[in-house]
Structure formats: C-alpha cells, structure tokens
Ligand binder design. Structure first.
Ligand SMILES: NC(=O)c1ccc[n+]([C@@H]2O[C@H](COP(=O)([O-])OP(=O)(O)OC[C@H]3O[C@@H](n4cnc5c(N)ncnc54)[C@H](OP(=O)(O)O)[C@@H]3O)[C@@H](O)[C@H]2O)c1
Length: 285
C-alpha cells in the first residue's frame, strides 16, 4: 500500500504503478456502501456516488479513508440526464487529476425501490423508475466505457423480482428485467473493446431499512429464499468484487444470483407485499 493509502495494482509489467479505479453508484445505500468497502479492500480507489444523503456519503468516505483507501464523492440525481452527465464529467476530471488511475469498474447499483402497484402507477412513476433504474445505468456505461482500458468491467445490479411476478412492485420489477437485457446486449456491444458486462441478482438484502427490523416483514421476505433468511450486503458485494476482478476475465453477459434461491419460485402463494406489511407496522406504532 502506498503512503497516501491507495493500493497499487500489480508490482511489475505495464500496470505497475497504476491504481484500479471503480465508480459505484448508490454508495449511500446498504449494498452500495458494502460494495465500496469490498472494492477498496481489493485495492481500488473508489468514486462513491450518492443521491440525496451527503452526510452518509461523507461518513462512508471517512470509513474507507480510515481503512487506507482513496475515496472520492459525487452527488447526482440519476433520474435526470444532467446528473448522469455530471458523473461522467467528474470521472473524466478525476482521471486527468490522477494519471495513475485506471478506470477498471463501473458498478451500476443505485436504484429506486418499492414502486406503486399496477393499478396505482402513473406515467410519471413509470418514467421515474425507468429513468433511475434502467436509463441511468445505460448512459453511465455509454459515457464511461470509452474511458476504460481493456480488462475493465461493468456490473449492473438486478433483482430477484425480475424473475417472478411482482404486481405490487411492477415498475421496479420491469426496470430490473430491462437491466438484465441491457447486460446481455451491452456485453456483445463492447466485447471487442475487451470490456465485460455482468449483472448480480440479489434477493431481499438487509440494507438497514427499518422494515428489516420487523418480524412480519422479515418472515415474509425470508419466505422467498429456498435457503431461508435474508442476505447481508457483504454477500452481494463479494459477488460484485468477483465480477469486477480479473478472476472473472472470461465471464461476460451473464448474471450471478446471490438471492438464496429466491428466483427458483418455490415459495407458496403470497397474501401480502412489503409495502402492506410496512404500513401495518406503522399503524401499530
Ligand atoms: N435490498 C434489497 O433487498 C435488494 C434486493 C434486490 C435488489 N436490490 C438492488 O440492490 C441495489 C442497492 O439496493 P440497496 O438495498 O442498497 O438500496 P438502498 O439502501 O435504498 O440505497 C439506494 C441507493 O440508490 C441511491 N438512489 C436512489 N434514488 C436515486 C436517484 N434518483 N439518484 C441517485 N441516486 C439514487 C440512494 O442514494 P441516497 O440514499 O443518497 O439518496 C442510495 O445510495 C439496488 O439496485 C436495488 O434494486 C436490493
């Protein structure tokens, strides 16, 4: 590790003296902050993106710096194309400022969850979910892939809900199904540049939302996974770190399912949704 905390990728050869640099969106979320920590621990300098929670982003930055990693921050609304452009421009500026950086990973992790039901969804809701969850990953990749050297990697965050019917969360589920299609299509589109694209499929993962403290909500979530329980963010982060590493150098256009078997559709009929149970919890307070 160098004196200022950044770790150097490779001791000899053409990469000697360079630092792997990763862009992680949604770094203030439960999963995003674990991804930043995992990538920092595997030697990356990180650009941690956040939406609205600047203070949380600063805490994450301090935590990573305390662990000896370099961490930069940017806040941007990814539902707005101007926010996507701002991230791309900031990455370009950081690469100029830090000539030792090699942009080796983009992790499209930010998302808006818990969308309205089929009956309640408005066109504005529909557009907002797709803008944040699908359009932003598309255009972030379009803007950042040209800045990546061969060997770079894009990791998109999908969801188990893309693999079964979720009418209570329909726009979210559809937006994640589109992310998997984006993953396959982009993998072929940029393969000739030597850059890989994959997606991770989490099931319910304890991101720190108060719902995970509710026994009823947790039991409902656990009923989806054939392995039972809910996931820890670190498990999802480990899958991202693997796909972003050279150990996955022959893996592109695919998904890595860390949902505990939630996509096997083995559960019984559901009577509730997370939102209904959260509302019931609120009423009881
Ligand atoms: N947790 C689960 O059970 C689960 C299950 C399956 C898939 N996933 C997927 O895993 C990923 C991370 O989820 P999580 O559980 O860590 O979520 P989370 O804790 O709710 O965090 C969401 C992150 O996305 C950012 N974000 C939301 N809207 C944004 C916007 N308009 N512009 C910019 N950033 C925005 C948030 O930023 P601010 O907070 O700073 O505003 C936050 O950093 C998501 O793609 C999610 O779909 C999660």
């Amino acid at each position: 590790m160098s004196g200022d905390g950044a770790r150097v990728a490779g001791g000899t050869g053409p990469d000697s003296g360079t630092v792997r640099f990763a862009v992680v969106t949604g770094a203030t979320g439960g999963i995003g902050s674990a991804i930043c920590a995992a990538l920092a621990d595997s030697g990356h300098a990180v650009l941690a993106h956040y939406g609205s929670r600047e203070e949380r982003a600063r805490e994450l930055q301090q935590k990573l710096r305390d662990r000896g990693a370099r961490c930069h921050l940017i806040g941007a609304d990814l539902g707005d194309p101007a926010g996507v452009d701002a991230v791309v421009r900031h990455v370009g500026a950081l690469l100029e400022e830090h000539p030792e950086y090699r942009l080796t990973a983009l992790v499209n992790n930010a998302a808006k969850m818990l969308s309205p039901s089929f009956a309640d969804t408005t066109p504005a809701d529909f557009d907002r979910y797709f803008a944040i969850n699908t359009r932003a990953p598309f255009f972030l990749a379009q803007g950042l892939v040209p800045l990546m050297p061969p060997g770079g990697s894009v990791v998109n965050m999908s969801s188990a809900s893309a693999h079964f019917s979720s009418p209570g969360d329909i726009s979210y589920a559809m937006s994640k199904a589109a992310v998997e299609s984006l993953t396959r299509n982009m993998a072929e589109a940029i393969a000739s540049r030597g850059i890989r694209v994959n997606a991770v499929i989490p099931g319910f993962t304890d991101n720190g939302h108060p719902g995970f403290r509710s026994a009823a909500v947790r039991e409902y979530m656990a009923s989806f996974a054939v392995l039972g329980g809910v996931s820890e963010p670190e498990t999802v982060a480990a899958a991202v770190a693997f796909l972003a590493s050279d150990a996955a150098k022959r893996t592109t256009g695919t998904t890595l399912d860390v949902s505990g078997g939630s996509t096997l559709s083995a559960r019984g009929a559901r009577k509730h949704s997370v939102k209904e149970l959260l509302a019931e919890d609120q009423e009881e307070v």
